[in-house]
Design a protein around this ligand. Structure first.
Ligand code: SF4
Length: 235
């Protein structure tokens, strides 16, 4: 699988280029909160919700003393306000209770597996969210799997799995060094722009020659680039 991942990566980089990284990423606690906000919504709305939150509360400690409903109101543009505000408030309360401070920097000292296990103990934080914190905040060699990454890798034939968490487990056992960020980001672009859920645009896909999907769609499509905001490299 390692070689296949490298091959796909090469083709994706040729088509999309190496995505820009945030050279000054925020600390893990900020990334965790931004990723919670990004669940089940688009990056523009989660970005606005994150900015609303940062403007309203200058320090995460301030959230200790506010009602969950107030947070829900501040982040409502991101949707699922009740669920997300509860998850954010819980992370902040738990960290304060356990360590006396709102800080997740200690996960940098753990192995990737231990760091993911630690983060998914918080209600509302799953494997995808935890691995995004490791990749985007701490620059670890770990490839988060969201719905786009899961769908595209199954269609290409790299994995045969029935959930993003199983895909994550399969590809991260022996992931090639140094390419997790570009592979993850370019697969999301592929999933958003070309390998869409209903009608993949196989006629313009850079992976068409190696993809094993047996329901390819060759309707004529012109290339169009979306260049949408990618939240986790922009906070
Ligand atoms: S060839 Fe078609 S199904 Fe395969 S990855 Fe490309 S768009 Fe998706």
């Amino acid at each position: 699988m390692n070689q296949e991942i490298k091959k796909i990566d090469k083709l994706l980089v040729k088509y999309f280029d190496i995505p820009k990284r945030n050279l000054n990423p925020p600390p893990p606690i900020d990334m965790l909160i931004a990723t919670i906000l990004s669940q089940n919504t688009n990056d523009n709305n989660s970005y606005k919700a994150y900015i609303n939150l940062k403007e309203k509360y200058k320090k995460w400690e301030e959230i200790l003393n506010v009602e969950r409903e107030e947070i829900e109101e501040v982040i409502k543009i991101a949707g699922l306000g009740k669920q997300k505000s509860a998850a954010i408030k819980n992370v902040i309360n738990e960290l304060h209770k356990k360590f006396g401070k709102i800080n997740l920097d200690f996960i940098n000292e753990l192995t990737d597996n231990d760091a993911v296990s630690e983060l998914i103990c918080f209600p509302g934080v799953g494997v995808k969210t935890a691995s995004c914190v490791l990749l985007f905040s701490l620059g670890k060699d770990i490839c988060p799997v969201d719905t786009h990454v899961h769908r595209t890798l199954n269609r290409i034939g790299i994995v045969k799995t029935n959930s993003p968490d199983k895909t994550f487990e399969a590809i991260n056992k022996n992931f090639p060094k140094g390419i997790a960020h570009q592979f993850h980001t370019n697969l999301i672009k592929l999933g958003r722009e070309i390998c869409k859920p209903a009608k993949p645009a196989c006629s313009i896909c850079p992976l068409v020659k190696i993809c094993k999907y047996d329901e390819k769609n060759f309707e004529k499509r012109t290339k169009s680039r979306i260049d949408a905001l990618l939240l986790l490299d922009n906070i």
